[in-house]
Design a protein around this ligand. Structure first.
Ligand SMILES: *Cc1c(COP(=O)(O)O)cnc(C)c1O
Length: 442
């Protein structure tokens, strides 16, 4: 056996520091960089990955500790034995580099301290709710909600002794006071508390808006404990509405929609102050449900163009709606750019920066006429979902809301003559021509 030469003067090998970017430029000329600029590099230092301009996809189930003491310290953070959470990567059910970069970048759009990513929008929403409710508690929520969210509250959480009270999206401050008083009574009778106020605004498919500021005022006036206000911002976020600025504590997303934006992935997230994220992170550590590294990488790709895509889709929707509004076969439009109700307009003016690109259009006739319209579209695809680069159209009464009882459908304004459209980033004139020729068949 020959002795390997040993260089006694070699510098000790430093363990690679965890994703510790060089001091990063976050302001220019005394003002903070805009989110669209930060999406290109925030939270990733190429030097730590062989100079790779884009973050590599870290396909690993576990992370090697630099030393046993580091392993102990990391676990103290993960288990909550030490304040401040994990300061090292441990195991891929808890976190990974791609997910951390994604969470850092998502938080920017909502002006949030922290964000958490999930394998779907519904996983995000379910883990969020489960982290906050106990037996006997009441969830107060706006209506309508995304059908699966509504089902999770009424059919799943109910199995564990959690009840709910819902209120219509446009409710006034007085109505909200009344709802919270009733919720407190209900919680008292069940030996619990009002554990969460959960909103969805605008609601699907009616586009009814919730007054977030009024909800916060009502919460502060009626509930004397920390009851978070969470809101599903999938329809207008992250560009056209920033709910944390108006009094919400937690914002939830189906990243499958505008953020992913290419109809090629399923994912979800929540964002807010660290104190609101920590209980959810702890439950995610236990249950799993974090987004996988591949999908996280795809979302980093998507975030680079989210502003461009949403702007273009919003402009297209405005042009399309201008044309649909005047069309003789169209009897009504549920588009936030053409609100008819004064209270809804008042909420829109305070909360929204844009009218979005997902709306409903009411056609002359019923299911037969709507189906004829849908079957004659040649550019728009017949599919549920929204927020992708391509235009999609669907018939909620017979598709997404088929299982909703007739009375509830009627109360929500989901009639047989309603078609839901999500406008993409195609050429606006081509889209208008397609809608016009399809309307001729109505
Ligand atoms: C799609 C959607 C969800 C669910 O998200 P997934 O990613 O499909 O799980 C929740 N809320 C709203 C408003 C949605 O549009």
């Amino acid at each position: 056996m020959t002795d390997l030469p040993v260089d006694q003067n070699a510098a000790p090998i430093e363990p690679t520091p965890r994703r510790k970017p060089k001091p990063e430029r976050t302001e220019i000329g005394g003002r903070p960089l805009k989110p669209s600029t930060l999406m290109m590099g925030h939270g990733f230092d190429p030097v730590l990955s062989e100079g790779s301009l884009k973050a590599p996809i870290f396909l690993t189930s576990t992370f090697a500790f630099p030393s046993a003491a580091d392993g102990k310290r990391h676990f103290e953070g993960i288990t909550g034995k030490r304040e401040g959470g994990a300061d090292g990567l441990v195991y891929s059910r808890f976190n990974g580099p791609n997910q951390e970069i994604l969470e850092d970048r998502l938080a920017i759009w909502d002006g949030a301290e922290d964000a958490l990513t999930f394998s779907s929008g519904m996983t995000a929403i379910c883990v969020l709710m489960m982290a906050y409710v106990s037996q006997g508690d009441v969830i107060v929520h706006s209506g309508p909600l995304y059908a699966a969210s509504e089902g999770f509250v009424s059919k799943v959480l109910s199995k564990f002794g959690v009840t709910y009270i819902d209120f219509p999206a446009g409710a006034s401050r007085e109505e909200l006071d009344d709802v919270l008083k009733r919720a407190k009574c209900q919680a008292g009778e069940n030996g619990g508390k009002v554990a969460m106020i959960y909103l969805e605004s605008p609601a699907n498919p009616t586009n009814a808006l919730v007054d977030i500021e009024a909800v916060k005022e009502a919460r502060d006036a009626n509930l004397k404990w920390d009851c978070p206000i969470a809101i599903d911002n999938t329809f207008l976020g992250p560009l056209w509405q920033r709910p944390l600025d108006h009094g919400a504590d937690i914002v939830a997303y189906s990243l499958t929609k505008y953020v992913g934006g290419h109809s090629d992935l399923v994912a979800g997230s929540i964002a807010g102050a660290k104190k609101w994220m920590d209980p959810v992170r702890a439950l995610r550590n236990t249950m799993g449900g974090i987004v996988d590294p591949n999908t996280a990488w795809m979302l980093l790709r998507s975030l680079e163009t989210v502003e461009l895509r949403m702007q273009r889709a919003g402009e297209n929707a405005e042009k399309v709606c201008e044309c649909l509004k005047a069309h003789p076969k169209v009897t009504g439009l549920g588009y936030l750019g053409h609100i008819k109700d004064a209270r809804q307009q008042y909420i829109f003016d305070r909360h929204c920066k844009g009218a979005g690109s997902t709306f409903s259009v009411f056609l002359k006739g019923g299911e037969t006429e709507c189906f004829r319209f849908l079957d004659h579209l040649t550019i728009a695809k017949l599919a549920v979902s929204l927020g992708g680069t391509e235009t999609l159209a669907s018939h909620p009464a017979s598709m997404t809301h088929l299982s909703v009882p007739d009375e509830r459908k009627a109360a929500l304004g989901i009639t047989d003559s309603l078609v839901r459209i999500s406008i993409g980033i195609e050429d606006a004139d081509d889209l208008i021509a397609d809608f016009e020729q399809a309307l001729e068949h109505v």
